[in-house]
Design a protein around this ligand. Structure first.
Ligand code: SAM
Length: 159
């Protein structure tokens, strides 16, 4: 598979999952956390899916399109490993992390802290969506929507 095919499949998986989890999140209290704003594509999609909810985005710095940039009070800059700690216990209904790099050595370091952070920011019953696997007893893996290959993206419910 070419890198272009792989990229298209990853974005398709993201979109299909972010659409599929809406019904799991609706009816739950709490904000949405977007770890890895990037250029704001998935932030913009989340904003469409959850128009009445606070969405807090995180990245090292703001590099998103101006139309997909959160208001200053909902934008947290810096390394998520540290900046995310201030949000432990916030009771998020949904946390989405798109901070994998495709480089195993870098992602292995991210995986030393991301699963705990995702568990810690979610309310019980809250949903985690991640491009990297989150192995935590408190995070129950959920099935992917039809058509998405196992291991491409991951969904969990906080027990
Ligand atoms: N989902 C985004 C979109 O649709 O536009 C793309 C996210 S991009 C793949 C990953 C982003 O995560 C990058 O902008 C990168 O700076 C950010 N990132 C990765 N690791 C980070 C960390 N430890 N702290 C802060 N930002 C991080």
């Amino acid at each position: 598979m070419s890198r272009l095919d792989s990229f298209i499949r990853r974005l398709t998986a993201q979109r299909d999952i972010l659409n599929a989890i809406v019904e799991l999140v609706d009816g739950r209290e709490g904000p949405v956390l977007e770890f890895g704003l990037g250029n704001g594509r998935t932030y913009d999609h989340l904003r469409e899916q959850f128009p009445d909810r606070r969405i807090i985005a995180f990245d090292r710095e703001v590099r998103s399109y101006s139309s997909s940039t959160p208001p200053a009070e909902n934008m947290v800059t810096g390394d998520i490993r540290q900046s995310g700690q201030d949000f432990l216990g916030i009771g998020a209904a949904l946390a989405h992390a798109d901070i994998g790099t495709g480089h195993d050595d870098i992602d292995a370091i991210t995986l030393t802290w991301l699963p705990q952070l995702m568990e810690g920011v979610l309310a019980p019953g809250g949903i985690a969506v991640s491009g990297l696997p989150l192995e935590r007893d408190a995070l129950e893996p959920l099935p992917l929507p039809p058509g998405i290959k196992e291991g491409r993206y991951f969904i969990y419910r906080r027990r």
